[in-house]
Design a protein around this ligand. Structure first.
Ligand SMILES: NC(=O)c1c(N)nc(OC2CCCC2)nc1O[C@@H]1CCC[C@@H]1O
Length: 325
């Protein structure tokens, strides 16, 4: 294969995107940073020699050059629903009872961490990322493709050439939030209030270079054009997401009873402070898609899911000991 050939360019894109999948999506690197950097440099060199060969799915294209004036509006093909809330075990029990009464047999529930970030919608055509949008009011969002592309765990090209729209949560990892605030403190700048606001600010940046600096991450949890996926359940949908290269949160559990749901809620609640991301609860979803179909939606939210919210935390303000002179 010729060194500066289009075949070599295509091979490098495939290789580098595969390395990125293992590193950012599976969190299991298969190449050293050095090896990645050497190949990345080779790709940049070929693209510099032949700019007409540059592909949108090339890893060198994550940070675009042109700045937008503003954000285009996006009307969601299917509403991005919100979730009804449950604040205690009784309300969880009531949800489970209501759903079980509507079912013809035992119901299983997929329980997921409720990531405290921003809902996003990603559109892929023939496996290539063509659009990223905010939830907005659930019906109309904003086109933030240029910033979505800077999130390393969101593939620019799926591992299967499918066309679909998937939904998930973009968030700022706690460690990134702490580092950004330390840097701002150094410069005497006002600190960011919390990771959620910081992520919202990042996705609203006009300049993708600024968004990239915010080092956001994302988990995918839903899809609306499921003809590309043919899942019978949330469990299967998560497995199919992984197969095509989409990142999902492994901290989830399929539960058969209210007690198992509550056990998961208590376990996640106990480890909440050690998680690398902020959560504000647990989302409890009917696993089976046929039962979801039967239950349907209210105007605002699905009848087949509920968000158990953790009690608001008491902000412990540390009062410094005053040196009495
Ligand atoms: N924040 C989350 O981690 C989360 C999740 N794990 N799963 C869902 O499922 C959707 C599917 C249909 C209705 C809710 N939604 C989530 O967050 C939503 C986005 C908008 C309102 C909720 O925060």
């Amino acid at each position: 294969m010729q060194p500066n050939s289009i075949e070599r360019l295509e091979q490098l894109i495939e290789l580098l995107n595969d390395y990125a999948y293992h590193y950012y999506v599976l969190d299991k690197p298969i190449a050293s940073d050095h090896d990645y950097d050497v190949l990345y440099r080779e790709l940049v060199d070929i693209e510099t020699l032949h700019p007409e060969w540059i592909r949108p799915e090339s890893p060198t294209q994550r940070v675009g050059g042109q700045l937008l004036e503003g954000f285009k509006k996006v009307s969601h093909a299917q509403s991005m629903y919100s979730l009804g809330n449950a604040f205690n075990e009784n309300e969880v029990a009531a949800f489970i009872e209501r759903v079980t009464n509507a079912a013809s047999g035992p119901v299983s529930f997929m329980c997921e961490c409720k990531i405290d970030g921003l809902a996003i919608a990603l559109t892929y055509e023939a496996g290539k990322l063509v659009r990223g949008a905010t939830r907005g009011d659930g019906t109309i969002g904003e086109d933030i493709t240029h910033n979505i592309r800077t999130i390393n765990s969101i593939p620019l090209q799926l591992r299967r050439p499918i066309s679909t729209e998937v939904r998930g949560e973009a968030y700022m990892p706690k460690a990134v939030f702490a580092a950004l605030n330390a840097a701002r403190d150094e410069k005497g700048e006002v600190p960011l209030a919390n990771p959620r606001n910081a992520a919202a600010g990042a996705l609203r940046q006009i300049d993708p270079k600024m968004a990239k600096q915010r080092q956001l991450n994302a988990f995918i949890y839903d899809s609306i054009l499921t003809e590309s996926f043919n899942p019978m359940s949330q469990e299967e949908l998560f497995n199919q997401f992984s197969e095509v290269g989409l990142r999902t949160n492994p901290l989830r559990r399929l539960c058969q009873t209210k007690d198992e749901v509550m056990d998961f809620i208590h376990e996640v609640g106990a480890k909440r402070h050690d998680l690398p991301y902020d959560i504000d609860g647990v989302v409890i979803k009917v696993n089976d898609f046929q039962l979801r179909e039967a239950l349907g939606f209210t105007v605002k939210a699905p009848r087949w899911a509920i968000a158990y919210k953790f009690p608001a935390e008491v902000a412990t303000t540390v009062v410094r000991d005053v040196e009495w002179t």
